[in-house]
Ligand binder design. Structure first.
Ligand SMILES: [Zn+2]
Length: 80
């Protein structure tokens, strides 16, 4: 009978260790960034139609479908 109890106890410990191991593995996989994540987080870059400087889309000045780096360049319009 004592042997049976010991067997059950060992099986329980092994089961607990396996659960911990699986949880550690899945946590590692969660932290590993997928290749798509940095690209999705990065903002689109646009090019100033006046001077050609690149800037994030949210910082650009939009006029008639064209992006400019500053309000001055927006007023000056695209380079001829
Ligand atoms: Zn510019």
């Amino acid at each position: 009978m004592a042997k049976l109890l010991l067997l059950v106890a060992v099986a329980g410990v092994v089961y607990a260790l396996l659960r911990n191991y699986q949880r550690a593995i899945s946590r590692q996989q969660d932290q590993t960034p997928t290749p798509d994540q940095p690209r999705a987080a990065a903002e689109d870059m646009v090019c100033c139609d006046r001077c050609g400087v690149h800037l994030p889309r949210s910082e650009g000045f939009l006029s008639q479908g064209r992006y400019f780096c500053t309000d001055d360049h927006r007023k000056l319009g695209p380079r001829q």
